[in-house]
Design a protein around this ligand. Structure first.
Ligand code: ADP
Ligand code: ASP
Ligand code: MG
Length: 419
């Protein structure tokens, strides 16, 4: 018997037929004697629709009402799944974030979970009742409904798994695991049996949306074993938790020391949510970079890649950097309004860029990975506009027209193509 959290994403609960299929997966686990907490997303497309309605009603909306509205998709699916489970003879009830409660910060739209009291849930589960939980939502200290940012049901699931001390957290989605790159874009992508938290964290934050970045952070912090698997596998044929080999049904996200076979590069990502900004003729003296990036930080803009030219005369320099495309307008505004204080000559920017990254813990012990990567891209005529690296990642900024070519080239270069 195991204490299990099962999470189903939007495409897995897209309609009543899909919800009945989810109920069959849950029934399999409950019948095997497992105590189950099931986290659900809204039906696919529903959250986008709700966001559109908010913008139509009021472009300058009150964020607390935004959360009231966009969290409602998960309320519907939690109730529907509870009904579908009852219909097949499994005891179940729905739980909204505020009923558990899942307490969060006040940052509406991208709130962070601060505390979960798992007592009520655990006792309901131990009485043999499946707990169906609306993902993506919580409640603030002010008693208002909050949401955890797009893709946030993953984080609800991992946080709940940590709070109730679950043996495992199964993330059911529309692909059967984590691949070396997005399998919907590159047909030769290979499914990984296991991936380390660290690599998964980089993959997620660099654009692999299969798991929300915060969910991986939380899994790593609390040592939650995550199994990414498909809800479209036959519910009856899939082995129940604790039986069969995990690698047969999905990808296990776990500690690095559990992984025997280590590749230099394990994944390639493509992030389209990027924009670049360039400031020319900025004074080349101490404190200027602090002012530029300080003003952006104060406005809550996340800066990623930074390139500063060496100034030839020691007086002026150019600074280029990237920000998430969604924060581009805000960043340009801040820089325009502080032109006097920052003292630059011109400000330019564009959303016409993508960031391609190669990720792998093996890079720590292998030299020359960056050189190999740049040479392969040059051979295909792909110009690199900016570069950043970390211990286990190399990222380059390029023209979006070359994104698929770049991903495929690097995928082949690092031996990741499925044989
Ligand atoms: P859900 O609705 O279940 O949360 P998402 O759409 O958020 O599902 O995430 C699943 C999608 O992530 C897949 O359909 C796939 O296209 C995409 N994806 C991107 N990169 C990867 C990767 N490296 N491995 C697996 N899936 C990936
Ligand atoms: N429904 C929310 C979204 O579309 C949360 C999720 O699916 O994880 O972002
Ligand atoms: Mg998702």
């Amino acid at each position: 018997m195991a204490l299990l959290v099962m999470k189903f994403g939007g495409t897995s609960v897209a309609d009543i037929k899909c919800i009945k299929n989810v109920a069959a997966h849950v029934k399999r686990e409950a019948d095997a004697g497992n105590h189950c907490a099931v986290v659900v997303s809204a039906m696919s497309g529903q959250t986008n629709r709700l966001v559109e309605w908010v913008n139509e009603a009021s472009p300058d909306y009150d964020e607390r009402e935004y959360d009231t509205i966009v969290s409602s998709g998960e309320q519907v699916t939690s109730g529907l799944l509870a009904l579908a489970l009852q219909a097949v003879g499994v005891k179940a009830r729905s739980w909204q974030g505020w009923q558990i409660p899942i307490q969060t910060s006040e940052a509406h739209g991208s709130a962070r979970i601060s505390n979960i009291n798992g007592d009520n849930l655990r006792s309901a589960m131990e009485s043999g009742q499946v707990a169906v939980i609306a993902g993506f939502q919580g409640v603030t200290g002010q008693g208002r409904i909050s949401t955890l940012g797009r893709g946030g049901s993953d984080t609800s699931a991992v946080a709940l798994a940590a709070a109730i001390g679950a043996d495992r957290c199964d993330i059911y989605t529309d692909v059967d695991g984590v691949y070396t790159t997005d399998p919907r874009i590159v047909k030769k992508a290979t499914r990984l049996d296991k991936i380390s938290y660290e690599e998964m964290l980089e993959m997620a934050s660099q654009g692999a949306k299969v798991l929300q970045t915060r969910s991986v952070e939380m899994g790593m912090k609390h040592n939650v074993r995550l199994l990414v698997r498909s809800s479209f596998d036959d519910p009856k044929a899939s082995p129940a938790a604790g039986t069969g080999r995990q690698s047969e049904v999905g990808t296990l996200v776990c500690n690095e020391d559990e992984i025997m076979e280590k590749h230099v590069v394990n994944g390639i990502t493509c992030n389209r949510d990027e924009a670049k900004i360039m400031l020319t003729n900025v004074a080349d003296k101490p404190g200027v970079a602090g002012k530029v990036f300080g003003s952006l930080a104060d406005a809550g803009v996340n800066v990623d890649m930074i390139v500063q030219n060496l100034s030839e005369d020691g007086k002026y320099t150019d600074i280029a950097f990237t920000v998430p495309a969604s924060e581009y307008d805000k960043a340009m505004n801040v820089l325009e309004t502080s032109k006097e204080v920052l003292g630059y000559k011109s400000l330019r920017g564009s959303k016409d860029v993508v960031k391609i990254s190669a990720i792998g813990v093996g890079m720590r012990s292998h030299a020359g990975v960056a050189a190999q990567m740049f040479a392969a891209m040059a051979q295909k005529g792909i110009n690199i506009q900016a570069i950043t690296t970390s211990e286990i990642k190399i990222s380059v900024l390029i023209d979006p027209a070359y994104s698929e070519l770049a991903v495929r080239t690097l995928h082949t270069l690092f031996g990741l193509d499925e044989e």
